[in-house]
Ligand binder design. Structure first.
Ligand SMILES: Nc1nc2c(ncn2[C@@H]2O[C@H](COP(=O)(O)OP(=O)(O)OP(=O)(O)O)[C@@H](O)[C@H]2O)c(=O)[nH]1
Ligand SMILES: [Zn+2]
Length: 356
């Protein structure tokens, strides 16, 4: 008898089928990663929660951090409980969506922050943190990751210009639901309820201190996640040290993620197209097919700006994001070139006669 119905945790027939194919077993042991601390994973399986670590084979085969289990992943396990020792994760099942960020530090490694998300709550505070350009980046990343974005504006209780800010957000997030919530008022978070459906996973993404953990605690009706008070300067400090996937009492899963302080862009080209669909649609109408949208006659971008159809600010935001993405690409190429050069040099050095 199963103690846990994994369907509540997002398990589907399709995932089970993939698990059978990957394991070659009719009845494989499958679990979903709830949290991670260094190399230790808390996983929920049919027999309850257990601790697990990645198999040596998985570690050796991993080409980047993205190949390791991440919160939200469905994984194949070697056992159903950890009474006799930690379970071993032999495989990460294919992800339906993944929110990726550049790992902290100088490396260009991609790190999966949240896997198998249905809906991405892009959280932004209506006070202090409010920044439309950042929201545009989040939108691009959410589209790229394969999750449906919903903009969640937090701390509505502390905002005096709610109407104006809502309109400003709607102008960059067309076709996307925009909600305003307050964790400080009774019933202030009801707007998010319709998105919390049994077996569906919602990830909360946003800067540190915008109130993600507080929102999850309100939805849970108890303080499961640790929250901390913002610094005196109102900027918020890095309060989340671990990410967590939690099952809500009424069904539905929410995933808290660490504040994206070091949000890298990585390859956002695809996300860019969807996040700025209105801008890129214009390109087809430029007189010249190779228009650079800088000074050419018949440029549809400039006509749209002149007509007030596209705001100058939005166009600049698009260019800025595009330039950063190009730089990220160049930088990766630059590093690869350096590595080749280094290898050539070290080979040449090894061929040198050794002095005695
Ligand atoms: N006025 C007001 N303050 C809020 C609200 N929600 C959260 N806060 C405060 O904002 C601060 C940060 O909240 P957290 O929930 O810890 O923020 P977080 O987004 O989880 O931050 P990280 O864990 O660092 O990613 C705390 O002092 C909360 O009390 C709200 O709706 N209104
Ligand atoms: Zn043009």
């Amino acid at each position: 008898m199963a103690a846990v119905d994994l369907r509540a945790y997002g398990m589907t027939d399709a995932i089970m089928q993939r698990a059978r194919e990957a394991s070659g077993l009719e009845d494989p042991v499958v679990g979903r990663v709830l949290s991670q601390a260094h190399e230790l994973y808390r996983v929920v399986g049919e027999q309850g929660e257990l601790f697990a670590e990645a198999a040596g084979k998985l570690r050796h085969a991993a080409r980047s951090a993205a190949d390791f289990p991440a919160v939200g992943d469905f994984v194949l396990l070697d056992r159903a409980d950890d009474a006799g020792g930690r379970a071993i994760v032999s495989q990460v099942l294919p992800r339906t969506s993944a929110f990726v960020r550049k790992a902290a530090g100088a490396s260009f490694e991609q790190q999966v922050v949240a896997a198998n998300i249905d809906t991405a709550f892009l959280c932004m505070s209506l006070v202090g943190d409010f920044n439309l350009r950042r929201l545009e980046r989040y939108l691009a990343l959410a589209w790229e990751g394969g999750a449906v974005p919903v903009v969640v504006l937090t701390k509505a209780d502390a905002c005096e210009s709610l109407g104006r800010r809502l309109r400003a957000v709607q102008s960059v997030a067309f076709g996307i639901d925009v909600l305003a919530v307050s964790s400080m008022e009774e019933g202030g978070c009801e707007a998010v309820r319709p998105y919390l459906q049994p077996g569906r996973t919602v990830a909360l993404l946003g800067s540190s201190g915008v109130g993600k953990s507080t929102l999850v605690n309100r939805l849970l009706g108890e303080d499961v996640l640790e929250t901390r008070d913002v610094r005196a300067d109102g900027r918020g400090r890095h309060a989340t040290t671990r990410r967590q996937l939690v099952l809500l009492p009424g069904g539905g899963l929410v995933m808290d993620t660490p504040g994206m302080r070091e949000l890298g862009l990585g390859d956002v080209t695809e996300g860019l197209e969807q996040g700025f669909a209105d801008v890129e649609r214009l390109f087809a109408s430029c007189r010249f097919s190779n228009c650079t949208h800088t000074s050419e006659p018949g440029c549809a971008v400039y006509e749209a700006i002149a007509d007030g159809e596209l705001s100058e600010r939005r166009w600049q935001a698009y260019r800025k994001l595009k330039a950063e993405a190009a730089f990220a690409e160049d930088k990766a190429g630059y590093l690869a070139q350096k590595e080749r050069k280094y290898k050539e040099i070290s080979k040449a050095v090894r061929r040198l006669p050794v002095k005695r």
